[in-house]
Structures are given as structure tokens and as C-alpha cells.
Design a protein around this ligand. Structure first.
Ligand code: SF4
Length: 453
């Protein structure tokens, strides 16, 4: 029975016994495995019913991951890996090693030499100038094209300028630090595809081509189909959209890629699972494992660009950022043909008196951005308008290669009369896109409105 369970280590009996003994839904899950085996044996991998089966097996796997460590030791791990490969085969995707981000982030062998160098330099005893000099030199080396270096006017590098486009602030999650969380009484707005497109056109008129579509997590409204429709409409207008939305299944990410998403940004918020649980009390986001593997799923679905980040202020950056670096190194090993970008959004204001437990000052933020440049010399580093103009200008001169400008964090916020719509977080750099672009050009940067400019 269940030939797919015999692959790798662990006997089939021990695993099926384990399911019978510990799984409250053993009959259901064993019959799911039988159905999966039947689908593979009859050559139906990749068919709609096999893909649906793959989705059910994925959900079962995440239930196991959620309770990992409770009981069953190696049988749980073995089963989790087997289910991963089984779902992958059923869905008709190319064979691959099981996802292993849970182990990878605890494994120092993923630290590359450049990550080690960055972590040595980020020590508070090392003068800041050592990091800034090194970061500046690496950014210049890797982000200036030969043509640009011949131009006396261009003393810096290419800077991609983008805007976030918030399409919905409806959200069922309860993230203690977020102004969008349920059930805070803010003006809720969910844009239709036409309304989102009006916003996109408004941004295009201001010069933008690359837009980041952002939305809360409200499963009945912010569906994959909803985002796919918006993405298709944007692409038809000549825009280059990416998404920053709730984690999706591999199947759903594939739909977004098909619709024209050129990238996904997904911050883990914190890599400390205990703190993660404390901050994410209810809703789908409470699942640490589902979020942690999201970039694996996006990459498997073909997403070209993956954006990582942690929310600065939630946990000790000396814990979180090195683990994020390891996460990126793990993904780079698995998907060497993708682009990996990083951002360090910092909490400046939070609802209901949420006290930021690990605030860091501007100098420390500079230190960490420079450390990211040293760890990943060719990676786009992204900076939002959460930070003020002065700090953004300083960071732009050191290592940033992509920055938002003229942003609104409220759905419909680019309309003239948008004052009463709820914002996720306050925008600190209030300069318009044109003002930011002028400053960049005067400072010797080549302003690009999309990656392919
Ligand atoms: S952080 Fe995201 S998921 Fe959490 S409440 Fe805010 S919008 Fe929703």
C-alpha cells in the first residue's frame, strides 16, 4: 500500500502505523494517499483532479507542520517530506528535493562567505564607516553599467522608482502591530478591478511603470482571481506589476505569474516563532510554517523575483536578519536563476499603543542595510516612504537601488479626495514622485521607472 511512502528513509509500516495511531483523521488521510497513488499509477499527474488532490495533500502537510515537534519525531518529518514530493508529483511539476526551510534557517552551512563578512562587520564595535565604505563600493561596482560610468553626470547608479498600489484594506488577521487588523474601526475599502486600474493610470501619469499591488487578507474578496484580474488589466496598460499579498498556494502563485506578476514581496515579519505567535493571534497569518514556505511556493510556480524582509522592531535584529540572510541563501541554492530583493521596513507607529519591543535608531538601520549589501552584493535593496527624506537620501547614496516615492498606503489613496480612507502606516517621506526623481537626478542617479527601463 502507498508505494510513494516507501521512497527515502522510514518503512511504510512505521509511517502508516504512525498515521493510524496519532492522526485523528487517519481513515480520511489514508484514503487520500490511496487516491493519490491511483492517480499517479493511471498517468493522471497534472490533471485538474490530481492538482486538486495535490492541494488537499498540501493542506494536510501544513497541518502537520503546524504541530511539528509535538509527537511522532522522525515519522512526522518523514511524512511531511513525502507529502511535499507527492503533492508536487501529483500537480505535474518537475521533481525536486523536499522543501527544507525549517531546517535550513538553523543550519550555519547556508551562511556564505559574504554573509559571514557582513555579520562580522555589523558588530556594534566596528566603526560604521567601515560598513558604509564597503557597501558603497559594492553598490557602485554592481549597479553601474559601463555606459553610465563614462558619463560625468552619473556619479551613482540606477535607481528603480516604484509605487505601492493598495487595493484593499479588508483583513481578517489580527496582527497586533498593524492598523489594518480586524476588528479595528478604520474606513475599509476594497477596490474593484476598474477602480484599481484608475489608480494605476493615475500613477502611470506621474511617471511610474512598476507598481506593487498590496492588499489585506480577506479570503472571500482578496482572492487569487481578484488579483489576477487586476494584474492582467495593468499589464494590458503597459505596466509592470508585482504583488505584496497574503501567502498563496503554489497553484495560486502560478495563476498570478500567468496573469503577469513579475515578482512577489513577502516579509516573514519575524523569524522568532515564539514572538511570531504572540504577534499573530488569529487568522490565516497565525501559521508560521505557511508563511515561511511561501517564497518556496512562489519560486516553484515560476515567480521571477522574490522579496524578503523582516519588520524591524518586532524582534532582535541580530537574531532576525542573519536568519533572513540564511533563508535567502537557501532559496538562492534552490532557485539560482531568480532575483532576490531585500527590504527592512521599520515600525514607526502602531495602533492601540503597541509598544515596539526592539526599536532601532537610524544609525542601526544604516548598519543593517549596509550589511545586506555586503552579504548580497548584487541584490536589489528596497526602501519605502516609511522612512523620512533625510535618511532615505543618505541610504540611497550608500546601497539602495529601489525606492518608492509619492506613496499612499490607503486603497484609493491616489485620488484627490482620499483623506478619509484607512492607511496601513503613515508615510514619512512626503515628497512627490517628481520631487524624489528630481533629487535623484541632481544627485547623479539614473532614474528608472521599472526594472526593464
Ligand atoms: S499586517 Fe497584513 S495581514 Fe496583518 S492585519 Fe495588517 S494587513 Fe492584515
Amino acid at each position: 500500500m502507498n508505494r510513494m511512502l516507501t521512497e527515502g528513509t522510514g518503512s511504510v509500516e512505521s509511517i502508516t502505523n504512525w498515521i493510524s495511531q496519532y492522526d485523528q483523521h487517519a481513515d480520511h488521510h489514508l484514503s487520500l494517499l490511496e487516491a493519490a497513488e491511483a492517480a499517479l499509477n493511471t498517468g493522471r499527474a497534472g490533471s485538474p483532479d490530481a492538482r486538486q488532490l495535490a492541494g488537499r495533500i498540501e493542506r494536510w502537510r501544513y497541518q502537520l507542520l503546524q504541530h511539528e515537534g509535538e509527537e511522532g519525531s522522525w515519522q512526522t518529518e518523514t511524512l511531511v517530506d513525502r507529502l511535499d514530493r507527492l503533492a508536487n508529483r501529483l500537480a505535474g511539476r518537475p521533481d525536486r528535493l523536499p522543501r527544507s526551510i525549517g531546517q535550513a534557517i538553523q543550519d550555519s552551512r547556508f551562511d556564505t562567505d559574504s554573509i559571514r563578512e557582513a555579520l562580522e562587520l555589523v558588530d556594534p564595535h566596528v566603526p560604521l564607516s567601515e560598513l558604509t565604505d564597503r557597501a558603497f563600493e559594492l553598490t557602485r561596482r554592481h549597479f553601474r553599467s559601463p555606459t553610465e560610468s563614462r558619463s560625468a553626470a552619473l556619479s551613482r547608479w540606477r535607481m528603480v522608482v516604484y509605487a505601492p498600489l493598495y487595493v484593499s484594506n479588508q483583513c481578517i488577521n489580527y496582527c497586533t502591530y498593524c492598523g489594518f487588523r480586524y476588528p479595528l474601526e478604520i474606513a475599509r475599502r476594497h477596490l474593484s478591478c476598474d477602480q484599481a486600474l484608475d489608480q494605476a493610470r493615475c500613477l502611470r501619469d506621474r511617471g511610474f511603470r512598476h507598481l506593487l499591488v498590496v492588499g489585506g487578507d480577506f479570503p472571500h474578496r482578496t482572492t487569487t482571481g481578484y488579483y489576477a484580474e487586476i494584474l492582467r488589466a495593468m499589464v494590458a496598460e503597459g505596466l509592470v506589476p508585482a504583488v505584496e499579498i497574503a501567502p498563496q498556494s503554489t497553484e495560486s502563485y502560478a495563476e498570478l505569474v500567468q496573469a503577469g506578476a513579475c515578482g512577489v514581496t513577502l516579509y516573514q515579519e519575524t523569524y522568532d516563532p515564539i514572538r511570531y505567535r504572540e504577534y499573530h493571534l488569529r487568522g490565516p497569518k497565525a501559521s508560521y510554517a505557511w508563511r515561511l514556505e511561501a517564497l518556496d511556493r512562489a519560486a516553484e510556480a515560476g515567480m521571477a523575483r522574490l522579496g524578503l524582509g523582516v519588520l524591524i522592531g518586532l524582534a532582535d535584529p541580530y537574531h532576525d536578519i542573519p536568519i533572513m540572510m540564511r533563508h535567502a541563501a537557501y532559496l538562492m541554492n534552490r532557485f539560482p536563476d531568480r532575483t532576490f530583493a531585500f527590504s527592512l521596513p521599520r515600525i514607526h507607529a502602531a495602533p492601540d499603543g503597541f509598544q515596539v519591543p526592539f526599536p532601532i535608531d537610524d544609525q542601526q538601520l544604516i548598519r543593517w542595510y549596509c550589511a545586506l549589501r555586503i552579504a548580497f552584493p548584487r541584490a536589489p535593496l528596497v526602501l519605502s516612504t516609511r522612512e523620512g527624506a533625510e535618511l532615505r537620501n543618505r541610504l540611497a547614496h550608500l546601497c539602495i537601488t529601489q525606492m518608492s516615492a509619492g506613496s499612499s498606503t490607503a486603497p484609493g489613496g491616489y485620488e484627490d479626495d482620499a483623506a478619509d480612507t484607512g492607511e496601513q502606516f503613515p508615510v514619512t517621506d512626503q515628497r512627490t514622485a517628481a520631487e524624489v526623481a528630481r533629487w535623484l537626478e541632481r544627485s547623479g542617479f539614473q532614474v528608472c521607472w521599472s526594472w526593464d527601463d
